[in-house]
Design a protein around this ligand. Structure first.
Ligand code: PEP
Ligand code: MN
Length: 359
């Protein structure tokens, strides 16, 4: 898996609507994107994998004709999602330039293999989104299947992962996955899809900047001339104008000094630390929510907040766990004491509040 995206100091930008809705819609969006001069490829979903039935599932073959119109009228490269061998054949026949495999397809090795078989002997860029679940091996396996079909221009697309805990994201980014993928395949192009990570417009800028800071090769961001009325993913789409404005605010850090490699690695490590800290905060918040729940429960059952046996057990088990993880005992003891203290303050509040409510 070799680098193939030209490095001219700028990220490779793919944009366009989540779904191809009409020829007019596609041309309106594509013309604006093309005029900006910063978007290299136009995306639109022709076949839409929807979580629930009866949602808009795309116009299929008809939309492929609109893709061809966009290509002819604007000269832009076109990209769409394929989920089976027939999609590949139809897209190739319609002259689509770039294909991608969606998150719901990457999870299924049968489907990925079928796509790989249909790509035998074809020369074109193929991008593989991460699977919806946080499973690196599935992602790697799909990339390998496409690579073995003879495709040389391969990219991975990071679009975040379904996660059982509540996070600010539609799909939790779990940046450690693309970071590990890049460690395994240093030459592999990785493109970030902030739209499907975010789920809402307000997070797009932050995620895009983070991806660039992690040295991603490019960004795939959904844009629509009338986002509110989009037939799919309305909440995360932005107008081409807003997109261009946002892209202009992004800092592309060029590694020009002699120790570029060192700086880059340092940046990656710091970003990993940011990610872990964010997760620590989420875990602490989840823990505190449980503390509140227990507070309520104790109150209902007229039980004291502080229970020495439980606290002893917490200290003993956690210190054992931390020791086996090579963590400093004094540090962990202090950390646990601090968490315990904050938990007691919180439960006291819960009890008092409940008391006031009752009065
Ligand atoms: C899409 O790109 O519109 C899409 C369906 O994405 P994903 O496969 O990441 O959910
Ligand atoms: Mn979408």
């Amino acid at each position: 898996m070799k680098s193939w995206i030209p490095r001219n100091g700028k990220p490779y930008i793919i944009s366009g609507p989540c779904s191809a809705e009409s020829e007019e819609q596609m041309l309106t969006i594509a013309r604006e994107l093309q005029n900006s001069g910063v978007v290299q490829a136009f995306r639109a979903g022709v076949w839409k994998p929807r979580t629930r039935p009866n949602a808009f599932e795309g116009h299929g073959a008809l939309a492929l004709e609109w893709m061809a119109t966009v290509k002819r009228e604007t000269g832009m490269q076109t990209a769409t999602e394929v989920a089976n061998g027939q999609h590949v054949e139809a897209a190739l026949k319609a002259g689509v330039d770039v294909l991608w495999i969606g998150a719901r397809t990457t999870v299924n090795p049968f489907s990925v293999q079928e796509i790989a078989d249909a790509l035998q002997g074809v020369k074109m860029p193929v991008m593989v989104k991460n699977p919806i679940n946080p499973d690196l091996q599935l992602w790697v396996g799909a990339l390998e299947r496409i690579s073995r079909a003879g495709i040389e221009q391969i990219a991975a697309i990071h679009r975040g992962f379904s996660w059982f805990e509540k996070t600010p994201f539609r799909n939790d980014p779990k940046w450690e996955f693309p970071i590990e993928l890049k460690r395994l395949f240093p030459e592999l192009e990785i493109i970030c899809d902030p739209s499907h990570i975010a789920g809402t417009r307000d997070l797009l800028q932050m995620i895009s900047q983070k991806a660039l800071d992690l040295n991603f090769s490019g960004l795939m961001i959904e844009s629509h001339h009338d986002p509110e009325n989009a037939l799919s993913d309305a909440r995360q789409q932005i107008t081409p104008k807003v997109l261009i404005g946002m892209l202009n605010t992004l800092q592309v850090r060029s590694a020009t000094s002699d120790d570029a490699f060192f700086l880059n690695r340092l940046e990656q490590l710091r970003n990993s630390i940011d990610q872990i800290d964010e997760e620590l905060m989420q875990k602490l918040a989840a823990r505190m929510a449980l503390v509140d729940e227990i507070g309520d429960y104790k109150r209902e059952n007229n039980v004291t907040i502080y229970q020495v046996e439980r606290w002893r057990e917490i200290l003993r088990t956690r210190l054992e766990w931390s020791q086996s993880l090579g963590l400093d005992e004094a540090f962990i003891r202090e950390l646990l004491q601090s968490i315990h203290k904050a938990s007691i303050v919180r439960q006291t509040k819960v009890m008092n509040q409940a008391d006031t409510r009752k009065d």
